[in-house]
Design a protein around this ligand. Structure first.
Ligand code: ADP
Ligand code: MG
Ligand code: MG
Length: 885
C-alpha cells in the first residue's frame, strides 16, 4: 500500500522527492538531534493524486489522523484543546525551493474557545488574540479565497481609529475586536462561517496547500526556473512555537556563511518578539544576528553550534529559519542556501581547504553560469537607483552608452570614440555593424534566443531583449517608458546579467576574472579560486573545447581563453563588406571565363584570411566550413532595388543598367524558403568553381604556413549534407584541388574532409555518410530547426513565449539541446557513424556548444569536442570538467 504520511523522525534528506525539500530537511534535522518542533509530512504523491482527481486519495485522511493522534499523545494535549490547545502550522514545501510562492497557514487549532485557553496557559492575552486574528486572516484568504487586501484594509482602519503606529500598539481587546471584524468579513465574502472545528481547519488547510501548487504565482515561478509542473508539493504539519511571546522570544534567519561574498562566519537577521513571517515581511527593522549574542547569549551559542553541525553534515553553505520561544531555541527550516556567483567559487574553495569536501567535489559546486557572470564587468549594485525598465537578461555584463536608434548612427558615433547603446524594436542581420560598434544592444521585442540575443552573446556584447515597457520610435529617434522620454544621445546603462536598464551612467566595476583569462594575472583571491577551478576542470575533462572564430583576432582570443582549436570557421563572413562587389560580379558573370576571373580575384583575399587564422591557431586544428548561405544573401534587397528602378522610371530616366541586371538576378534567385533552398553543399554542386576557389585558398594558405615553418592543421567541412552521394561528389572536387596544389607547390597538402550533421536525414544515414567523412560536426542550430520544422527567426519572436507558458518546453530548444528529439538524432549519428569508422572525430559547433546543460549531454553521448564562441570557451571548459566527474 502507498504511504502518504511520514513522521519527521522517519524521513530524511534522501527523500526530498517524496517529502519536498523542506520536509526532507526537517526530518534530517530531527535525526541529527536538533530541536525541531515535532510534526509530519504529507507526501508529494498525495498532492499529485489529489490534483489529478480532485479528491483525497484513499487512506490519506486516516493516516493524517493517526499521525495527529501520535503527535497529540507525545505533546500531552489535543489539537485545539479548549484549556491548553496544541496548535499547528501547515506548510508547503516542494522538491525545489519556491520561496514564498505557495501557502503556509499558522496557528491551526484556534477557535473561540481555545483562544481563551491559550491566553490562560501563556499568561498573555494579547498574544493569544493576535495569533487567532492571524489564523482567521491566513485561513480566510488562503483557504476560503477572500481577497487578502480586504483584511489589510480592516486592520488599517482599526489602527487609524486607535492612533496605533504599528501592530504592537494594538491591545488584546483591539485584537479580539479585530477577530470579530475579520470573521464578519469572511462571512460576508463567502457566505460561510470561519470553521470552528480544529479538525476541519487542518483538513482544509492541507488541501489548500495542495492547491497552491497550481496558483498563478507558483506557476509563473516554475516557468522561469524551469521546474516541472508535474512534481506537486508536500505538506508539512508542525507543532507551533511562538516567537511573539515577549522580549525573551523572537525569530530570525541565518546563513552559515555570507551568501554574497562567501566569507565564513554566521550571518543573518533577528527580530525580537516576532513570528518568522514578520522578519521577511519587513514590518519592523531587524537587527544583525550578532546582536542576539547580547540579547540571549545561551540561544546564540546553541544556534552557532547547531549551524556548525548543519554545515558539517550538509558539507555546504546552509541557511536556516529559527524561532526562540521564551529563551528556548527551535529550528524551523534549513536548506543548502542560494548564493552569488562570487560566493559560489569562494565557498567551494574554502570547503575544500577545510577538508569538508574533496577538490573534485568543489568543482561540482560552481557552474559555468557562475563563471560567465564573473567574466563581465558589473554595475556597482550599491550605487544604482531604480531601474527604468526590465527585460530578459540575454547576454550578461554591464554597459553604458548613448542611446542610438539605428546601425548607421551607432557606427558613426562609435567612429568618433563615443560609447553607444543600440536600441531597436528587434534586430536583423542589417544591424550587425551597429551591434559591433555598440557597447550594448537593447530591444523591446524578442526572446533570449532572438537575433539580438544570439548575436550579442556570440560577440560578448551586453544585451537586454524583450524590454516590453519600451516604446521604441525609430523614426522620431527616441523611446518612451511611461512618461519618460529618452531622446537619441541620452546616456543609458544596460545590465545584461540582471536584464535591467537605467537612465544615466551607472558606475562600473571591472572584471578581474576576465583580466585573468586575457593575461593570466591572478589579481585577487577570487581570481585565484577561479583559476584553480579551471585547472582542475582541464585536468579531468574528456571533451576538448574549440572555438567558433572567423577572424585571426577571434582565434587568438579564443586561444588565450584556452580553446584547443577552431571548431567552426565560417567563410561567408569573408564575403561581406568591400568584397560584396566581387561576389555580386561572380553571381552576375555571363560566362565561365568571367566567373573564373572574379573567383581569381577572391582567391588571394580568402587565402590571406585563412593564413591569419591558421597562424593564430598554429599547431591546433582549424575546421573551415565551405560556403553555406544562399547566394542571394550577398545581393541587394529585392524590394529596395525594385523601388530604385521604379523611381528612376518615374523620373523619366532609364534605370541604371547594373540595377536592372541585379534585379534580374535577384528575381531569378529568389526563394520562398531560403533556409531549405540552394545553400550548403548544394551550392558547391550547382555553382561551378566556387568550392574549388575556396579549397585552393585553404590549401595555398597551408602551403604558405608550412613554408614559413608553421604547423597548419586545416580541416575542410562540408555543410548541409543530406546524402552520402552529395559528400562523395563534393569530396572528389576537394581532393582534386588539393592534389593540384600539392603538385604545383611541391608541398603535400593532405587535409581531413568531414561534414556537418545538421539535417535529420544526415543523422539517420550517418553510417553511410561516415564512409566519405573523416569527421562529423553537429550543426545543432540547423538540426534543431529542421527537426522541429521551426524557422528560428520567425518562430522565436512569434510564439515561443506562448509555448513556454503552455509548458510545451521548459527552455527554448535553441538555447538548450532538446535531448528527446534532436538529442536522439545525435545519438544515432554518433553510434552509426562510429560503427562505420571507429576513429571518426565528432564535435558540435552550434550555439549549444557553450550551453552548460548541453555540454553535459555531449559529454554523455561521447563527443570528442564542443565548439563555441570565444567568450564561452572558459564556461565550456568548466562544464566539460564537471560533466566528467
Ligand atoms: P516559506 O516556504 O514561504 O518560507 P514556511 O513554511 O517556511 O514558508 O513558513 C513561513 C514562516 O512561518 C516561517 O518562516 C516560520 O517563521 C513560520 N512558521 C512555520 N511553521 C512554524 C511553526 N511550526 N512554528 C512557528 N513558526 C512557524
Ligand atoms: Mg521558510
Ligand atoms: Mg548550419
Amino acid at each position: 500500500m502507498v504511504r502518504y504520511v511520514y513522521d519527521f523522525a522517519e524521513g530524511g534528506r534522501d527523500l526530498a522527492e517524496l517529502l519536498g525539500g523542506k520536509g526532507a530537511n526537517l526530518a534530517e534535522m530531527t535525526r541529527l538531534g536538533l530541536p525541531v518542533p515535532p510534526g509530519f509530512t504529507v507526501t508529494t504523491d498525495a498532492c499529485r493524486a489529489f490534483l489529478a482527481t480532485g479528491a483525497e486519495p484513499a487512506g490519506l485522511i486516516q493516516e493524517v489522523s493517526d499521525h495527529l493522534t501520535a503527535l497529540e499523545e507525545a505533546a500531552g494535549r489535543r489539537l485545539g484543546q479548549p484549556d491548553d490547545p496544541l496548535l499547528l502550522s501547515v506548510r508547503s514545501g516542494a522538491r525545489f525551493s519556491m520561496p514564498g510562492m505557495m501557502e503556509t497557514i499558522l496557528d491551526i487549532g484556534l477557535n473561540d474557545e481555545s483562544v481563551r485557553g491559550l491566553a490562560k496557559v501563556s499568561g498573555n492575552e494579547r498574544f493569544a488574540w493576535d495569533s487567532y486574528r492571524r489564523l482567521v486572516q491566513m485561513f480566510g484568504s488562503t483557504v476560503m479565497g477572500v481577497d487578502g487586501s480586504l483584511f489589510e484594509g480592516v486592520l488599517d482602519d482599526l489602527k487609524r481609529a486607535r492612533g496605533a503606529a504599528g501592530d504592537l500598539d494594538l491591545t488584546a481587546e483591539d485584537l479580539a475586536g479585530l477577530v470579530e471584524s475579520y470573521r464578519s468579513l469572511v462571512h460576508q465574502e463567502t457566505g460561510e462561517h470561519f470553521p470552528q472545528s480544529p479538525a476541519e481547519q487542518l483538513r482544509r488547510a492541507v488541501l489548500a496547500v495542495f492547491e497552491s501548487w497550481n496558483g498563478e504565482r507558483a506557476r509563473i515561478y516554475r516557468r522561469r526556473e524551469h521546474i516541472s509542473d508535474d512534481l506537486g508539493t508536500a505538506v508539512n504539519v508542525q507543532t507551533m512555537v511562538f516567537g511573539n511571546l515577549g522580549a525573551d522570544s523572537g525569530s530570525g534567519v541565518a546563513f552559515t556563511r555570507d551568501p554574497s561574498t562567501g566569507r565564513s562566519g554566521l550571518y543573518g537577521d533577528y527580530l525580537a518578539n516576532a513570528q518568522g513571517e514578520d522578519v521577511v515581511a519587513g514590518i519592523r527593522n531587524t537587527v544583525p544576528l550578532t546582536a542576539l549574542a547580547e540579547l540571549d547569549p545561551v540561544s546564540y551559542e546553541q544556534l552557532r553550534s547547531h549551524m556548525g553541525v548543519l554545515e558539517t553534515h550538509y558539507r555546504d553553505l546552509c541557511d536556516i529559519e529559527f524561532t526562540i520561544e521564551r529563551g528556548r531555541l527551535w529550528m524551523l527550516q534549513t536548506r543548502v542556501g542560494k548564493r552569488t556567483s562570487e560566493a559560489a567559487f569562494a565557498i567551494a574553495a574554502e570547503l575544500a581547504d577545510e577538508g569538508l569536501i574533496t577538490p573534485d567535489e568543489s568543482l561540482t559546486r560552481v557552474s559555468g553560469e557562475d563563471l560567465a557572470r564573473l567574466m563581465f564587468p558589473r554595475f556597482d549594485t550599491s550605487a544604482v537607483g531604480e531601474a527604468l525598465a526590465h527585460g530578459l537578461p540575454a547576454s550578461p555584463g554591464a554597459a553604458v552608452g548613448a542611446a542610438v536608434f539605428d546601425s548607421a548612427e551607432a557606427v558613426r558615433r562609435a567612429a568618433q570614440g563615443e560609447q553607444v547603446v543600440l536600441v531597436r524594436q528587434e534586430t536583423t542581420p542589417d544591424d550587425l555593424p551597429g551591434m559591433i560598434a555598440a557597447q550594448a544592444v537593447l530591444t523591446s521585442r524578442g526572446g533570449k534566443t532572438s537575433h539580438a540575443a544570439v548575436v550579442a552573446r556570440g560577440m560578448g556584447r551586453v544585451c537586454v531583449c524583450g524590454a516590453e515597457a519600451l516604446a521604441v520610435d525609430t523614426a522620431a529617434r527616441r523611446f518612451t517608458v511611461g512618461d519618460t522620454v529618452v531622446e537619441e544621445g541620452t546616456v543609458v546603462s544596460v545590465d545584461g546579467s540582471e536584464g535591467a536598464v537605467y537612465l544615466g551612467a551607472a558606475p562600473l566595476v571591472d572584471s578581474a576574472v576576465m583580466r585573468y583569462f586575457e593575461t593570466g594575472e591572478r589579481s585577487d583571491a577570487l581570481v585565484g579560486t577561479v583559476a584553480d577551478a579551471m585547472e582542475r576542470a582541464d585536468g579531468v575533462r574528456r571533451l576538448e573545447v574549440r572555438a567558433n572564430a572567423d577572424t585571426p583576432e577571434d582565434a587568438a582570443r579564443a586561444r588565450r581563453f584556452g580553446a584547443q582549436g577552431v571548431g567552426l570557421c565560417r567563410t561567408e563572413h569573408m564575403f561581406l563588406g568591400e568584397r560584396r562587389k566581387l561576389v555580386e560580379a561572380m553571381i552576375l558573370a555571363r560566362d565561365e571565363s568571367e566567373r573564373a576571373r572574379v573567383l581569381g580575384e577572391l582567391l588571394p583575399l580568402q587565402r590571406q584570411d585563412f593564413r591569419g587564422i591558421l597562424e593564430a591557431m598554429d599547431g591546433l586544428p582549424v575546421t573551415i566550413r565551405l560556403i553555406d548561405p544562399p547566394l542571394h544573401e550577398f545581393l541587394p534587397d529585392r524590394t529596395g532595388l525594385a523601388v530604385r528602378i521604379a523611381a528612376a522610371e518615374a523620373r523619366g530616366e532609364r534605370p541604371e543598367p547594373h540595377d536592372a541586371e541585379l534585379l534580374g538576378a535577384v528575381n531569378r534567385m529568389h526563394e520562398e524558403n531560403p533556409m531549405l533552398g540552394l545553400r550548403g553543399v548544394r551550392l558547391g554542386l550547382i555553382v561551378p568553381g566556387l568550392v574549388a576557389m575556396q579549397v585552393r585558398a585553404i590549401a595555398e594558405a597551408v602551403v604558405e604556413r608550412t613554408r614559413a615553418g608553421g604547423r597548419p592543421r586545416a580541416e575542410i567541412m562540408v555543410p548541409l549534407v543530406g546524402a552520402v552521394e552529395e559528400l562523395r561528389i563534393e569530396r572528389a572536387e576537394v581532393e582534386r584541388v588539393l592534389a593540384e596544389v600539392s603538385a604545383e607547390s611541391g608541398v603535400p597538402v593532405r587535409l581531413p574532409v568531414g561534414t556537418m550533421i545538421e539535417l535529420p536525414r544526415a543523422a539517420l544515414t550517418a553510417g553511410r555518410i561516415a564512409e566519405a567523412a573523416e569527421f562529423f560536426s553537429f550543426g545543432t542550430n540547423d538540426l534543431t530547426q529542421t527537426t522541429w520544422g521551426f524557422s528560428r527567426d520567425d518562430v522565436e519572436a512569434e510564439f515561443f513565449s506562448a509555448y513556454l507558458d503552455k509548458g510545451i518546453f521548459a527552455t527554448s530548444p535553441f538555447e538548450s539541446l532538446d535531448r528527446d528529439g534532436v538529442g536522439r538524432l545525435v545519438r544515432i549519428a554518433v553510434d552509426e557513424g562510429r560503427a562505420t569508422r571507429p576513429d571518426l572525430k565528432i564535435g558540435v559547433c552550434g550555439e549549444h556548444g557553450g550551453d552548460p546543460e548541453s555540454v553535459h549531454f555531449f559529454h554523455a553521448v561521447g563527443l570528442d569536442y564542443v565548439s563555441c564562441s570565444p567568450f564561452r570557451v572558459p564556461v565550456a571548459r568548466l562544464e566539460a570538467g564537471r560533466a566528467a566527474l
